[in-house]
Design a binder for this molecule. Structure first.
Ligand code: PLP
Length: 478
């Protein structure tokens, strides 16, 4: 393809994207296709001779759209939001055009330097202690990881390196595998599954600690577990505090967990994958109390801050533990300016990395902090609106507190009844939600996800839930 065709193709695609997004609420949120639907719709082999771009465009509605779940529809309430905005889409176009692989500073200086600056901007927006920022004059700094799961794993590996070095100095006669087998990390039983997985990938034991009656991990429970493990000859080295759990958006007591972690030389990592975006609003920052005790902090602008996937922001007070943990230095990756700026290949699992800072830059500049704050506040308001509608129907109960943009609710009655209700809600095809379960209580999660959501959408979604409940209760003869 040459530039003239590219311009026509890209202009046509831009029109398509704008039409798609602006009219997304008219599409059925969940597709009705069955597994294997796509194969018969395309040829069995790649074309020998090139197709026309117009043919490709035509196939988007024919082949792709029937199998798309419309995550940006105001009728999509599953999981947590994933972000989407025009500035981020355009930035991804430019990133695709520059197409550098910014693993070292010299591999594309702008890629590294914009990332450093954007992580400073973003860190200041959420009022992170200056020890985390690269502009503090200290050692700290930020990096864009692909996902929160990677950030959790990277922090675990940094924590492991730090503790291994300390224990080796204290016990020169212990070999590495002996030390490794004694390491134990901690998180709440409510933490995301990626934390447990980081333990598996890092080859260390990870202990899940019971949260309190509000699903929040307390410092005392952590300290009891640490003391028990030390008495059994183990070496506590890592704890993850979750701010905004996936199940119910509960907030661990970071101000209790952090001091316990510091007391026992345990690396404190904070996973605020979803809720962290809300910390750009001062009124939500009380949830971060104790942040000064953390070693690393992570949240996903690609969830709730209008930066398209993938953009997971991570800050470390002492990145050198991570940098040294992964440091393999072949000659072909060395350069003359080494040490003067971060070589981000040392801060992450893969070598290659895209120019992801561009989309943060575009979004922060073209929305401005005040519009990003307004976006968060609107979503939190919609969640309250939905919760009020639900509370006014005495057949239903709200589970836990309504925190941020998530409402957890259920019909008063058995888990089975609620499983059937959710099947009916999703089966009607108008809205989409997913369930969760805490302490054997099954409930339904309503996450406000779309940036196109307006108040009427909440009424629509509630009316759907209510109608599905009418049907279910009638069928069950209640
Ligand atoms: N941590 C929490 C609290 C989450 O809610 C999620 C996903 O929803 C994750 C981690 C995993 O995020 P990612 O897909 O970026 O790895």
């Amino acid at each position: 393809m040459e530039a003239p065709q590219f311009k026509d193709f890209a202009k046509t695609m831009t029109d398509f994207i704008a039409e798609y997004l602006e009219n997304i609420r008219d599409r059925r949120v969940l597709p009705t296709v069955q597994p294997g639907y796509l194969r018969p719709l395309i040829p069995e082999e790649a074309p020998e001779k090139p197709d026309q771009w117009q043919d490709v465009m035509a196939d988007i509605e024919r082949v792709i759209m029937p199998g798309v779940t419309h995550w940006h529809s105001p009728k999509f309430h599953a999981y947590f939001p994933t972000a989407n905005s025009y500035p981020a889409i355009v930035a991804d176009m430019l990133s695709g055009a520059i197409a550098c692989i910014g693993f070292t500073w010299i591999a594309s200086p702008a890629c590294t330097e914009l990332e450093v600056e954007m992580l400073n901007w973003l860190g200041k927006m959420i009022d992170l202690p200056k020890e985390f920022l690269a502009c503090s004059g200290g050692k700290g700094g930020g990096v864009i990881q692909g996902t929160a799961s990677e950030a959790t794993l990277v922090a675990l590996l940094g924590a492991k390196a730090r503790t291994m070095e300390k224990v080796k100095a204290e016990h020169p006669d212990w070999d590495e595998s002996t030390i490794r087998s004694k390491l134990v990390g901690y998180c709440s039983a409510q933490a995301h599954s990626s934390v447990e997985r980081a333990g598996l990938l890092g080859g260390v034991q990870l202990r899940l600690i019971k949260a309190d009656s509000e699903n929040r991990l307390r410092g005392e429970a952590l300290e009891d577990a640490i003391k028990e493990d030390i008495a059994a000859g183990k070496i506590p080295f890592y704890v993850v505090a979750t701010l905004g759990t996936t199940n119910s958006c509960a907030f661990d007591y970071l101000d209790e967990i952090g001091p316990v972690g510091n007391k026992y030389n345990v690396w404190v990592h904070v996973d605020a994958a979803y809720a962290g975006s809300a910390f750009i609003c001062p009124e939500y920052r009380h949830y971060m109390k104790g942040i000064e005790t953390a070693d690393s902090f992570n949240f996903n602008p690609h969830k709730w801050m209008l930066v398209n996937f993938d953009c997971s922001a991570m800050w470390l007070k002492e990145p050198e533990w991570v940098v040294n943990a992964f440091n393999v230095d072949p000659l072909y990756l060395k350069h003359d300016q080494q040490g003067a700026a971060p070589d981000y290949r040392h801060w992450q699992i893969p070598l290659g990395r895209r120019f992801r800072a561009l989309k943060l830059w575009f979004v922060l500049r073209l929305y401005g902090v005040e519009n990003l704050q307004a976006h968060i506040r609107r979503h939190c308001g919609f969640a309250k609106q939905f919760a009020d509608l639900c509370s006014n129907d005495e057949r239903f109960e709200i589970i836990g507190k309504v925190q941020m943009g998530l409402v957890c609710f259920r019909l008063k009655g058995s888990n089975e009844l609620n499983e059937k209700l959710l099947k009916r809600i999703n089966g009607r095809g108008k809205i989409h939600m997913v369930p969760s379960k805490i302490n054997d209580v099954y409930f339904i999660r309503m996450a406000v996800c779309s940036r196109f959501t307006v108040s009427e959408d909440m009424v629509y979604s509630w009316t759907e839930v209510s109608a599905a409940a009418d049907e279910e209760l009638l069928t069950n003869g209640n």
